[in-house]
Design a protein around this ligand. Structure first.
Ligand SMILES: Cc1cc2nc3c(=O)[nH]c(=O)nc-3n(C[C@H](O)[C@H](O)[C@H](O)COP(=O)(O)OP(=O)(O)OC[C@H]3O[C@@H](n4cnc5c(N)ncnc54)[C@H](O)[C@@H]3O)c2cc1C
Length: 448
């Protein structure tokens, strides 16, 4: 009987495992990929999607188009029992089923690591999923519109202040791209221009971007500050409300947009899989095999795999690691099934990191070499072009970047997309009902 391989999660790690397995396993070995969405999100391009430079559909890779022999089952992994070789899945159609496997690969990624700060969970937005990125852009445009519409200057200020928390590359790129977008479109909002916007990036650490050398981090800091973005280091958010952010410095910033990008943690589903954990991540040996299990493997952000570059530490949660782990994972699983000569350890050492700061500027640490400005920006663009899977995706990226170069950005706010009103709303819209009963009239559609 051909053995059944089940992959949980269709992001970088899961996709590259499945794609490589398709190339090296005989077609009769069944491979099933379980994911809650039918695409892989190319996260490094998320800031571009948030700023409207890239179409949302152009930063995702449809799994059904890219995977020819893998069976894709849409569902949410809820738990597992390795002693029974079973993975519990809530399928998209609603039923709860157990998937039996001979080899299991866990690639469920990570979630935003929200700190226990009063009000944060209710009023802040993360920057990890495509819905969060698009919602941020819609909220930004909606808030510019609200600020332009009101005659109350204090209220206008709340709408025109934006706070980002977290000075890693994801937060910095997101803040820089959205800030550029906002300053570009401000020309359409005369009252907002008069009041002025305030963009603040807060980080508890004494420096930004621990992934790059201090000199490059210093360059980034100066560049952002020169552009007008305030960066507050060694500062913590202590409280968030719907209209303000309180800081450890004692300052209260009137503000209706708080974006939390201060780190990630392994998916909480890891706790329900019956596997050994180290600070939430699944403990693996250097071959990515889960400690104590012959037929269970893990990779990517959810796995603690020894980092060949830093003895005693686990690999950092990056796409460049998840991609390489995915490719090797396929070879190791194939070896465990007898289709490859031997199981091998993960030997990849990080190539470095870069942050695209917008306006044809970036910083990069490339194997120890420091690159900044336009060359770093060009390298970053070529890198993403090379790595985003599929010819169609590459052409779409080039088209979007070209359009962005020649044409101004678009300020249409389409937060209602995908959230049509119920038919009953056509008869008496909720705004009219609220108006008649004396309630607030304007609903924030961007919050959807
Ligand atoms: C804004 C941003 C920018 C980034 N930029 C870079 C960069 O420039 N370079 C870099 O190297 N890294 C970057 N990263 C980090 C990179 O995205 C992650 O390290 C990488 O995605 C990890 O791959 P993964 O396969 O472990 O997880 P993911 O790619 O997150 O994949 C996990 C998959 O599992 C699915 N899933 C989750 N839970 C369940 C469940 N219970 N049931 C079913 N399916 C589930 C998810 O929908 C997803 O498809 C960035 C991250 C962010 C947020």
């Amino acid at each position: 009987m051909p053995q059944h391989v089940v992959i949980a999660g269709g992001g970088f790690g899961g996709y590259y495992t499945a794609r490589t397995l398709e190339r090296i396993l005989p077609a009769e070995v069944p491979v099933t990929l379980v994911s809650d969405v039918n695409y892989m999100l190319y996260t490094p391009l998320l800031p571009g999607a948030a700023a409207g430079t890239l179409e949302p559909r152009h930063v995702v890779v449809p799994l059904r188009e890219r995977l020819k022999h893998t069976e894709l089952r849409l569902g949410w992994v809820t738990g597992g029992d390795p002693s029974r070789r079973a993975l519990r899945v809530e399928l998209a159609a609603g039923e709860s089923v157990d998937f039996d496997y001979d080899q299991l690969v866990v690639a469920l990624g990570s979630v935003s690591r929200a700190a226990p700060i009063p009000g944060l969970g209710d009023h802040a937005i993360g920057f990890k999923t495509i819905s969060e990125a698009i919602s941020l852009r819609n909220r930004l445009v909606r808030h510019l519109e609200a600020a332009e519409a009101t005659d109350d200057v204090d209220l206008r200020r709340q709408y025109l202040n934006f706070v980002f928390v977290g000075g890693g590359y994801a937060g910095l790129e997101g803040a820089a791209e959205l800030y550029d977008f906002a300053t570009d479109v401000l020309i359409h909002y005369p009252r907002c221009r008069q009041t002025g916007m305030r963009w603040v990036l807060v980080d508890a650490a004494p420096r930004i971007m621990p992934e790059i050398q201090p000199e490059l981090a210093g360059f980034t800091l100066r560049l952002l500050r020169r552009r007008g973005l305030e960066v507050m280091l060694e500062t913590q958010v202590t409280r968030v409300t719907d209209a303000a952010v309180e800081l450890s410095t004692g300052e209260t910033i009137p503000c209706r947009t708080v974006c939390w990008t201060a780190g990630v943690k392994a998916s909480p589903v890891a706790e329900r899989l019956g596997l050994p954990l180290d600070r939430g991540r699944i403990v693996c040996d250097e071959t990515m095999r889960v400690s104590g299990y012959e037929n269970v493997w893990a990779l990517g952000d959810i796995a603690a795999i020894p980092d060949p570059a830093r003895p005693g530490e686990a690999c950092p949660p990056t796409a460049q690691h998840a991609i390489r782990q995915g490719k090797l994972m396929a070879h190791n699983v194939a070896a465990a099934l007898g289709h490859r000569p031997e199981i091998q350890p993960f030997r990849f050492k990080t190539l470095g990191a870069f942050a695209d700061l917008g306006r044809q500027n970036a910083v990069a640490n490339l194997m120890g070499a420091r690159v900044r400005g336009f060359p770093a920006w060009a390298i970053a663009r070529f890198y993403h072009l090379a790595w985003i899977p599929g010819f169609k995706s590459k052409v779409r990226l080039i088209a979007d970047w070209t359009m962005d170069f020649w044409f101004p950005r678009d300020v249409a706010e389409l937060g209602q997309l995908g959230h049509p009103p119920r038919l009953a709303e056509h008869v008496v819209p909720s705004q009219l009902r609220q108006h008649e009963s004396g309630g607030a009239a304007v609903a924030d559609s961007s919050a959807a």
